[in-house]
Structure formats: C-alpha cells, structure tokens
Design a protein around this ligand. Structure first.
Ligand code: SF4
Ligand code: SF4
Length: 165
C-alpha cells in the first residue's frame, strides 16, 4: 500500500514531457488567470487524496475546481483592489477569470496555491517563470552594517600593527 502511494507521488512529481511544456508555455504566456488551464493540464484527484467517499464512488482523476478559494486569496490584483474582489462571493477559478481577466499580472501565485495543480507544473513555474525577489529585512541590513564595521575595525588593527612594527 505504501509503495503504491509513493509511486503515485512520483508519477505526479515527474518531470514534464516536451509536449506538456509547450502547452504550459502557451498557457503561461497568455495575460489571463492561468490556474484553470494548469489544473486541466494536471492529473486531477489522486487515490491517495484524503477524501472519504461512499463505497463504490470514486472521483479519481477529477480535475474540477474544488472552490477552495486559494487562487482568489493569493492574487495580488485582488488584494490591492478589495472592491474588485467584492464583485462576487464565489471562490472559484471561474470567478478569478471574470474579475481579473486581462489585468492578470502573470505572477502565477494562483497556480502555486491551487491544490489541483500538479507539483511538476509548479516546479516548472518556479524554475522557469518566477523571478524571486526576496526583500532584505531591516534587521539583516543592520546586522550586515554591524558586521562590516567589525571587519573594517579588524583590518584597521592589522594594518596598524604592520605599520608600527
Ligand atoms: S494570481 Fe497572478 S497569475 Fe493568477 S490571476 Fe492573479 S495576477 Fe494573474
Ligand atoms: S485554487 Fe481552489 S478555487 Fe482556485 S482553481 Fe484551484 S481548486 Fe479552484
């Protein structure tokens, strides 16, 4: 059972083939919310997902939006414009497409936050599309300056020792 589970995980995380990458690039180049298309390019619900259903009923492979709202919550356009977000109470990719449309900034946060998008697609987006900018914290800057002062002092002492020798 454990082996089966691991093989499914491996299948889901395996590198994307060339055809899939071409389709994915086309999706990611469009200036519209990409999450629904990325979801449809994924494998859908896997057997190891923790959904308890009645015996004989299976939704394995289902690629539907589960209306979790993660994509809505993660979209920077909607975070900046609460009025736009308030246009609907729906929390689905369809709602995202309607209220963001071509104002999409192609940040791909919606893709990264969707539980129905495969890890392989997310890996590709991170490695090939997202430019990571990690802002330096003020605390770190202070520590950096403090460290540089210490280095300068040390160099000064060493030079002083050589000069007075
Ligand atoms: S999260 Fe980013 S990529 Fe997704 S719809 Fe909003 S702006 Fe576009
Ligand atoms: S993040 Fe949630 S609401 Fe958005 S597309 Fe994925 S499943 Fe649907």
């Amino acid at each position: 059972m454990e082996d089966d589970r691991l093989s499914y995980i491996t299948k889901k995380e395996v590198n994307l083939d060339r055809d899939k990458i071409n389709v994915l690039n086309t999706i990611l180049d469009i200036k519209e919310p990409p999450v629904a298309r990325c979801r449809l390019l994924s494998n859908g619900i896997e057997p190891y997902h923790r959904l308890y259903l009645e015996d004989g009923f299976t939704i394995e492979g289902d690629k539907a939006c589960i209306a979790c709202g993660n994509c809505i919550d993660s979209c920077p356009v909607l975070r900046r414009e609460p009025d736009r977000r308030a246009r609907t109470v729906q929390r689905t990719s369809f709602a995202l497409e309607i209220i963001v449309a071509d104002d999409c900034e192609q940040c791909y946060a919606c893709v990264m936050s969707c539980p129905q998008v495969d890890t392989g697609i997310k890996d590709y987006v991170v490695e090939d599309r997202v430019v990571e900018v990690i802002p330096q914290s003020k605390k770190m800057k202070f520590l950096d300056n403090y460290f540089m002062m210490f280095v300068a002092l040390l160099v000064g002492i060493i030079i002083g020792i050589f000069i007075t020798w």
